[in-house]
Design a protein around this ligand. Structure first.
Ligand SMILES: C[S@@+](CC[C@H](N)C(=O)[O-])C[C@H]1O[C@@H](n2cnc3c(N)ncnc32)[C@H](O)[C@@H]1O
Length: 311
C-alpha cells in the first residue's frame, strides 16, 4: 500500500497496495496455500491473497501496529462478507521477525509464501500523534509498535553525536548529516526535543540556505533515518530473512517490496546467497502506477525461491 505521502508531501489515495499485480504474479498463488503477509498494513495485498488461495488456504497476517491491525481486521472481514470464497485468516500483533511463532500459533510448521511490504503506511503517516510526519506537529514518537519500548524522543536524547550522524548519513543519505547531528546534540543540552515541529525546525536551520528549497522537504531524509533506527528496520529485515529459510517450505517463495537502497541490497544479496533468484533485476512500478501513486516510484520488488534440500 502507498504511504499516502510523496517525498514532496503531496497526498494521494490511502489504500493503494504498491505493485499489487506484479506481487501476486511473483507469489505464484494457488488454492490451498499457506501464505504469510508479514506487513499486513491496511490489508490491500492481504485481501487479494486471501481471494487467490481460496477457502482451502490460510492467510497469516502480522503487523507491529495494533491500530493498523484493527483496520486490516475490518477490511478482511468486510471482504469475506462480500465474497465468502476466501481463505481462513489469522491476524497477529507481532513483528515479522516472529513469523515462526505466528505459524506455530496457527498449528502450522511452515508456510508456502512470505510477503514483506516494508516501510510505513499512510495510516501511520497521516496521524500527527504518531510522530512519523514532518508535515504536522506531534509528539516525537515514530514507534511502529505503539507499545514498543523506545520512542524517537528517547532515542534522540541518548544517541551519541557520531552515531546520530552515521544514522542520518547511512539510512537517510543526508549529506548534511554531521551539521544536523551537531545541531541536535547542541539543542538537546538546552531543552529536550520532544515534538516533531522542534526537530523539523532544527534540521531546517542546520541545512545550508541553498539546499533548503529542493525537490523534497529538508527534513525528509532525517525523519526517514531516525524512524529506521528507532524501529531497527534493517535488523528486523535481516533476522526475518534468515528465519524465513526455516519457516518457508523448500520450493516456497519469498517476495519483498522495499523503499530504501539499503533494504534492497540486503534482500538482493540474501536471495543470491540462499535462494533461487526469480527477479535478477528488481521489479519497479509502471508509469501508470507511479502517476496514480507517487510512493510507488521508489518501490522495488524482489522474489526468491527457497532451495530444495539436496537428498
Ligand atoms: C507499507 S505498509 C504495508 C501495506 C500493506 N501491504 C497493504 O497493502 O495495506 C507497511 C506495514 O508494515 C508494518 N511493519 C513495518 N515493520 C514491521 C515489522 N518489523 N513487523 C511487522 N510489521 C511491520 C507497518 O506497521 C505497516 O503497517
Amino acid at each position: 500500500m502507498g504511504d499516502g505521502s510523496g517525498a514532496d508531501g503531496t497526498r494521494h489515495p490511502v489504500h493503494v497496495p504498491v505493485l499489487l499485480h506484479e506481487t501476486l504474479q511473483l507469489l505464484s498463488l494457488q488454492p490451498g496455500l499457506v501464505v504469510v503477509d508479514g506487513t499486513v498494513g491496511a490489508g490491500g495485498h492481504a485481501m487479494a491473497i486471501a481471494r487467490a488461495i481460496g477457502p482451502g488456504g490460510l492467510l497469516v497476517g502480522l503487523d507491529r501496529d495494533t491500530e493498523i491491525l484493527a483496520c486490516a481486521r475490518a477490511a478482511l472481514a468486510k471482504a469475506a462478507e462480500d465474497a465468502p470464497a476466501q481463505a481462513r485468516v489469522s491476524l497477529h500483533h507481532s513483528s515479522f521477525s516472529n513469523v515462526q511463532e505466528a505459524l506455530h500459533a496457527c498449528g502450522q510448521a511452515a508456510c508456502d509464501r512470505l510477503l514483506l511490504d516494508l516501510g510505513v503506511s499512510s495510516l501511520q503517516l497521516d496521524r500527527a500523534e504518531r510522530g512519523f510526519s514532518f508535515m504536522a506537529d506531534g509528539p516525537l514518537d515514530m514507534r511502529m509498535d505503539p507499545h514498543g519500548p523506545l520512542d524517537a524522543a528517547s532515542w534522540l536524547a541518548e544517541v551519541s553525536e557520531v552515531e546520530l550522524a552515521r544514522v542520518l548519513f547511512e539510512y537517510g543519505d543526508e549529506r548534511f548529516s554531521r551539521r544536523i547531528a551537531r545541531s541536535i546534540v547542541y539543542a538537546r543540552e538546552r531543552a529536550p526535543i520532544v515534538r516533531t515541529g522542534q526537530l523539523v525546525e532544527l534540521i531546517v536551520r542546520a541545512t545550508p540556505g541553498h539546499a533548503r528549497h529542493g525537490r523534497i522537504h529538508p527534513a525528509t531524509r532525517s525523519f526517514q533515518a531516525i524512524r529506521m533506527a528507532v524501529n531497527d528496520e534493517l535488523g528486523e529485515l535481516r533476522r526475518t530473512l534468515v528465519s524465513a529459510l526455516e519457516c518457508v517450505r523448500p520450493g516456497g517463495r519469498i517476495c519483498v517490496i522495499s523503499f530504501h537502497s539499503a533494504e534492497d541490497r540486503i534482500v538482493k544479496y540474501f536471495f543470491r546467497e540462499h535462494c533461487e533468484v526469480v527477479t535478477r533485476k528488481p521489479v519497479i512500478a509502471t508509469e501508470t502506477e507511479t502517476d496514480q501513486n507517487p510512493r510507488a516510484r521508489s518501490a522495488k520488488l524482489r522474489c526468491g525461491i527457497v532451495k530444495e534440500i539436496a537428498a
